[in-house]
Write a protein that binds this ligand. Structure first.
Ligand code: FAD
Length: 340
């Protein structure tokens, strides 16, 4: 969300006009552009990279990223990292194909900045695990909806309808209710924190390149600071871009004015102990259902679920009982060979 004003920087206790920062009034054209990006999650760092990359090369620019925790301090840093362009009903999301392409490009940017080629992704340092995602249906109604929508999938992220035999070739012994599952071979699994740290590195690389070129200098600062009100930034910036995730609604200037659809999620990191020899097969996909299993390595898995729509509860404490329940019902349904 971009707040900006043609004549004055964001603030004045009201929302500025939403305009492109590059169409600011000529009075700003002689001094470096100053942007504040609030939040260093998926949204904030993507915006930062695009500001640095897409602004005119000759333009001097300074970007201050504010985050009260640091990179990946909110939902992004603890997410499952399952990435595909579809809704839970397998419908292509709004501008899904475009966003999918853009997301893959950003993943490549992050991998390049971290010195990873994207070809080797099975060791413990991967940013993107490219093994696809398997979505079993949860009931017959869901099965019919998924079957219909899968037929209209985007060619860049296909959805194949497969039966249990084929599913078991992907993940031996998996149980697929209704003998039907939906496989997205191009969908990926991201290691969220590594990705965000690498994307920040990519942003720093752009800044460093600018310092050795004859073009306009770019500056980038990450400030570990909580912003309680946009008034705190008044007079300092040409534009303030708000990427605070679910917490955007807590700014007094925006409270109750955003059509946010919030929900609460839980996630558990499961690590196989050294004395267990079996591993999650290296070629096997992640699993996405009402709960999900995001594979982070052959001995390291994230299991989670996002639910409680409209929740405003951001308490990080989750009861062990709740996690056990989740783990048990997921395994009973899809992975009966695991005894939780
Ligand atoms: C458990 C869980 C698992 C998930 N798994 C997936 C998944 O597998 N796939 C998927 O697509 N989505 C998943 N999601 C959803 C996804 O993580 C979020 O939609 C996404 O991370 C939102 O990114 P964001 O950058 O908008 O917000 P955030 O990541 O929340 O970033 C906001 C940042 O702002 C900072 N901040 C907040 N308030 C202030 C303030 N006042 N001052 C300064 N800084 C502040 C925070 O510290 C944070 O770093 C999951 C969510 C959860 C909770």
């Amino acid at each position: 969300m971009l707040l900006s004003d043609t004549l004055t920087p964001a603030g004045h206790g009201q929302l500025g006009k939403m305009i492109s920062p590059l169409s600011l009034s000529p009075s700003f054209s002689s001094r470096p552009l100053r942007y504040a990006v609030l939040g260093a999650g998926f949204a904030g760092l993507s915006v930062t990279w695009h500001l640095l990359k897409k602004s005119p090369k000759e333009k001097e620019m300074r970007i201050d990223i504010y985050d009260e925790v640091g990179i990946g301090g909110g939902a992004s840093g603890i997410s499952g990292g399952l990435l595909h362009p579809y809704s839970p009903k397998a419908k292509l999301l709004w501008r899904g194909a475009e966003c999918w392409k853009e997301s893959l490009m950003l993943l490549n940017v992050a991998e390049a900045a971290a010195g990873l080629s994207g070809v080797v992704d099975s060791d413990d340092s991967f940013i993107v695990r490219r093994r696809g995602i398997l979505r079993p249906a949860v009931n017959t109604k869901n099965l019919n909806v998924l079957t219909d929508n899968a037929q209209n999938c985007d060619a860049s992220c296909r959805i194949e309808t497969i039966d249990e035999d084929i599913a078991q070739k992907l993940l031996p012994n998996i149980h697929v209710p209704f003998n039907s599952a939906f496989y997205m071979p191009e969908a990926v699994n991201v290691h969220p924190l590594r990705y965000l740290q690498a994307l920040f590195l990519a942003c720093q690389d752009v800044v460093n390149e600018s310092s050795t070129s004859s073009h306009g200098q770019k500056e980038l600062y990450l400030l570990k600071k909580s912003v309680q009100s946009l008034l705190e930034l008044e007079g300092e910036y040409d534009a303030v871009i708000i990427c605070l995730g679910a917490k955007a609604d807590m700014l007094p200037e925006l409270s109750g004015r955003l059509p946010l659809r919030t929900c609460r999620g839980v996630i558990a990191h499961l690590q196989l102990p050294a004395n267990i020899r079996e591993e999650y097969p290296d070629h096997a996909p992640s699993i996405l259902s009402d709960a999900w299993l995001a594979v982070q390595g052959s001995r390291s898995l994230y299991m989670g679920s996002t639910w409680e729509w409209k929740s405003r509860n951001s308490n990080p404490n989750v009861s062990w009982m709740k996690l056990q329940e989740l783990f048990k019902s997921f395994c009973q349904r899809y992975l009966p060979f695991i005894q939780p």
